[in-house]
Design a protein around this ligand. Structure first.
Ligand code: DC
Length: 226
């Protein structure tokens, strides 16, 4: 049986979160953001003064870390809980993104996160968003989408979002930061960002969020019940 996951992968700021959230609402199922997992590890490292490239220190830190997806007390989608705390919006701070990409390139970190992601989708249909959901985490997902947009459109969207870019950010500086992160995410040795052979490719550069949602819903209808 195909796994009970709808996988949405793609590069940074490609509109995955919006698409995943919208699709989950439309289908009445939970939405799980897996970037938050790597962001939470980078966040804790920052709190402890550990470099996100210091593998020995990160290994020791993870041995003493409990991370899971849990539904917050006020309800909503499962969110990252790390050592009993929901960092929430703190994970979206601009300085966290590159650190998340750094820790995500380390093989033992990915081994640590794999089961957490699989547990989050146990016994329920979910929309899960990330870089390697359709290739490594749930290669047997029944529905897979690979979402992208041009670098300029992605930079503009990220800037318009606010809160996730430094105060002095420009389209060019955001585009450069995104390009740097994509390069690292695509070239790492374990579970690099790439389109699964059986994923539906969507370039959302000229599409609205509603267009993207409609395209995904159409695929799912054509494929039968999710
Ligand atoms: O989606 P995001 O920008 O929040 O992800 C932050 C970083 O986490 C991203 O640069 C790469 C990493 N990541 C990953 O390697 N695998 C995932 N499934 C999700 C995110």
């Amino acid at each position: 049986m195909a796994s009970t996951v709808i996988a949405i992968d793609g590069p940074a700021a490609s509109g995955k979160s919006t698409a995943a959230r919208n699709l989950a609402v439309r289908l009445g199922i939970p939405y799980i953001n897996t970037g938050s997992l790597y962001r939470a590890i980078a966040w804790k490292a920052g709190q402890k003064g550990i470099s996100t490239r210091d593998e020995a220190a990160l290994r020791a830190m993870l041995a003493d870390t409990v991370i899971r997806y849990a539904v917050p007390a006020d309800g909503g989608n499962p969110d990252i809980e790390i050592d009993g705390v929901f960092p929430g919006q703190a994970l979206r701070a601009p300085e966290i993104a590159q650190g998340a990409s750094n820790v995500a390139a380390i093989p033992f970190v990915r081994a640590f996160t794999l089961q957490i992601q699989r547990d989050a989708a146990k016994n329920q249909l979910v929309v899960m968003e990330g870089r390697d959901i359709g290739t490594a985490v749930f290669p047997d997902a029944k529905y897979k989408f690979f979402l992208t947009a041009s670098p300029r459109v992605r930079a503009l969207r990220r800037l318009a979002q606010g809160g996730e870019t430094p105060d002095n950010a420009t389209v060019d500086s955001v585009a450069a930061e995104i390009a740097e992160r994509d390069k690292q995410d695509m070239n790492r040795s374990v579970a690099p960002l790439k389109q699964a052979d059986d994923a539906v490719f969507i370039d959302s550069s000229g599409m609205t969020a509603e267009d993207v949602l409609d395209a995904m819903v159409l695929c799912i209808r054509e494929g039968g019940d999710a």
